[in-house]
Design a protein around this ligand. Structure first.
Ligand code: ATP
Ligand code: MG
Length: 229
């Protein structure tokens, strides 16, 4: 694989209002994230966590303020470069009506079956291989995945992507506590040296993150290590 650049992020005074909505969802969010830093973005439902991640993937543009990636404005990157640098697991993982193989290869078109099977095992989805292996049909007309299975498939894609920046929106939501801890440990190991932002509702289990940023009402209201929050 090609050498991967470290990723730093600078969010400066970001404000954002959804089109047609009366009130802003993000207010003056300023955050500097160092290369290889692991950040947990914590906060109640509706506080703006997913919106902030969506600004980082350019799904939306901030109304004011700026995002810089490695010192360059996010808007200066072409789409292909940005996609190659960023692995995203959104809050609702999209499963395509296709084989398990193709659902995974989306993230890594060149990955061998062996690599795909290995990553399924890592995220605890190897039972999906039981009958038809990687040819199992998912989505419409095929196997319907549970919410937790969908999320783990999203994590499998993110692991396959090999990007230096990972943006994960509640990837362990709905998993039991033990599976959640296994997945967090797996992510920690995979993301060593990579920049990670993980959105979550729960402070529990975040001791290994470098920093926890607490959001409320569209702002970052507190940040620090697990031990001090
Ligand atoms: P959760 O923990 O429930 O996922 P969140 O912190 O991710 O919440 P966001 O999804 O960022 O919250 O939403 C922040 C606010 O923006 C909410 O009030 C939500 O209703 C609103 N919102 C989200 N998406 C849109 C949209 N596409 N159009 C208008 N308003 C939206
Ligand atoms: Mg959300």
């Amino acid at each position: 694989p090609a050498a991967q650049p470290d990723v730093t992020l600078n969010l400066h005074d970001l404000s954002f209002t959804y089109p047609g909505q009366p009130l802003p969802v993000l207010h003056d969010v300023t955050l500097t994230i160092a290369a290889g830093e692991h950040i947990a973005l914590l906060g109640r439902t509706g506080c703006g966590k997913s919106t902030l991640l969506q600004l980082l993937t350019r799904a939306w543009n901030a109304n004011s303020g700026e995002i810089q990636l490695n010192g360059q404005p996010l808007n200066a990157y072409d789409e292909a470069t940005l996609r190659a640098m960023t692995a995203v697991v959104s809050q609702r993982v999209h499963i395509f009506s296709n084989t398990l193989r193709e659902n995974l290869r989306l993230a890594a078109p060149q990955a061998s079956d062996e690599i795909l099977k290995n990553v399924l095992q890592q995220v605890g989805l190897d039972k999906l291989l039981e009958n038809e292996g990687l040819n199992a049909w998912l989505g419409e007309g095929g196997r319907q995945l549970s919410g937790g299975e969908q999320r783990r498939l999203g994590i499998a894609r993110a692991l396959l992507h090999q990007a230096p920046l990972l943006l994960l929106d509640e990837p362990t939501e709905g998993l039991d506590a033990e599976t959640e801890q296994q997945i967090l440990a797996l992510l920690r190991q995979h993301c060593r040296g990579k920049t990670l932002i993980l959105v979550t509702h729960r402070l529990y289990g975040l001791e290994h993150f470098d920093r926890i940023c607490v959001m409320d009402g569209g702002q970052i209201v507190e940040q620090g290590h697990h031990a001090v929050l």
